[in-house]
Design a protein around this ligand. Structure first.
Ligand code: IMP
Ligand code: MG
Length: 171
């Protein structure tokens, strides 16, 4: 694979990601069997994780997508809102990584305003050391320290989302 950034160091392999996704799917199945589940994908970074996790889940499920943006230093706002009715349904937000928690905090507030039956969060990676708002995911693939990562949906200036593995990036 062409390495687009000189500072990229292998961090989590595609095989390890696959194991994490499988493990998360089994946990989620235990909790949502028999429930009306809506899986929410915040664009764009969560797309590979959402695609793999939803196909691993042996459960009936509805999918929806939301596009939030937060230009540096500015407040989070909605570019593309949810399209399905989530009232009285069990909502699971699928994030690829939680950093400060600003995006997720905003999205949770937006979803709770529509009175879901329940609201939980699954994240592939969690960076609790970076947290600015009190957000705690319900399912975590792996907790990592304060480092910037690229690949499997995560980008640096829009580059790297398609990489199968996850890399650590140090400038
Ligand atoms: P937060 O609002 O600070 O929690 O930011 C969450 C979003 O920032 C994630 O959904 C990612 O899109 C992006 N992000 C956070 N950390 C990283 C990283 O290490 N690499 C790439 N994108 C990241
Ligand atoms: Mg994201």
């Amino acid at each position: 694979m062409t390495q687009a950034h000189a500072g990229m160091v292998p961090f989590i392999t595609a095989e390890e990601i696959n194991e994490m996704v499988t493990q998360l799917a089994r946990e989620i199945e235990r909790d949502y069997t028999g429930k009306d589940l809506v899986m929410v994908c915040p664009l764009k970074g969560s797309v590979p994780f959402f695609s793999d996790l939803t196909r691993q889940l042996q459960l009936p499920q509805t999918h929806d997508f939301v596009y939030l943006t937060s230009p540096k230093g500015e407040a989070v706002r909605i570019l593309q809102d949810l399209t399905v009715d989530i009232t009285n349904r069990h909502i699971l937000i699928v994030e690829e990584i939680i950093d400060a928690g600003r995006t997720l905090s905003f999205l949770k507030t937006r979803i709770l305003a529509s009175s879901p039956a329940s609201l939980k969060v699954v994240t592939l990676l969690d960076k609790p050391a970076r947290r600015e708002l009190p957000i705690k995911p319900d399912y975590v693939g792996r907790t990592i320290d304060d480092r910037f990562v690229i690949g499997y949906g995560m980008d640096l200036d829009q580059v790297g989302r398609n990489y199968r593995d996850i890399y650590n990036y140090a400038q």
